[in-house]
Design a protein around this ligand. Sequence first.
Ligand code: GAR
Length: 210
Amino acid sequence: SKRIVVLISGSGSNLQAILDQCAAGDIDGQVTAVISNRPDVLGLSRAEKAGADAITLDHKQFEDRAAFDAALAEAIDQYTPDLIVLAGFMRILTKSFVDRYHGRMLNIHPSLLPKYPGLDTHQRALDAGDHEAGATVHLVTAELDGGPLIAQAKVAISEDDTVQTLNRKVLAQEHHLYPEVVRWFCSGRLTFAEGLPQLDGEVLQFPYLF
Ligand code: GAR
């Protein structure tokens, strides 16, 4: 069984979906710790309820990004995780931090990457008149939201969609998408030889589409 550490900044609904599948035995892994850079968020209580260590590392208490990332790495390494899962973690990470966990750190981003890295993805999709939106799970590299893509889920955008309705629709897809990718990793189906995502031994040229 794989050891997983999840990093969050907020509600943790993706974290919950992963916790549920671990508890059900659908993911052959265990979330041993959840670390939030914001105090008192809902995700931390979700972690406690599930029996994981719930840790707050408030970035405002640190001098700079490097100091925060060093403390974060120290906290993570105590759990010797096989996998680090960013689930609504809203901090940019330094290159040395990202390099340390190369090939074992995943992120979920609320857009159809490579479209719309960064913030306000749903607003940008609406402003562009896009007909679809979605979410992407990717390997984390030093380039913000720029690592190799693993899997995507799409939703249709309708005329009356707003940022809120789109967010709700995309999140619902994320709750299927992210646990599935974590399940692949924990079962050994998803590997990262030479930093390239492979599913069942085949390099993923395009993200797996849900
Ligand atoms: C999710 O929509 C996730 O894709 C997004 O934050 C939300 C977290 O929701 N992540 C990012 O924007 C990363 N830059 P959750 O806390 O309920 O899982």
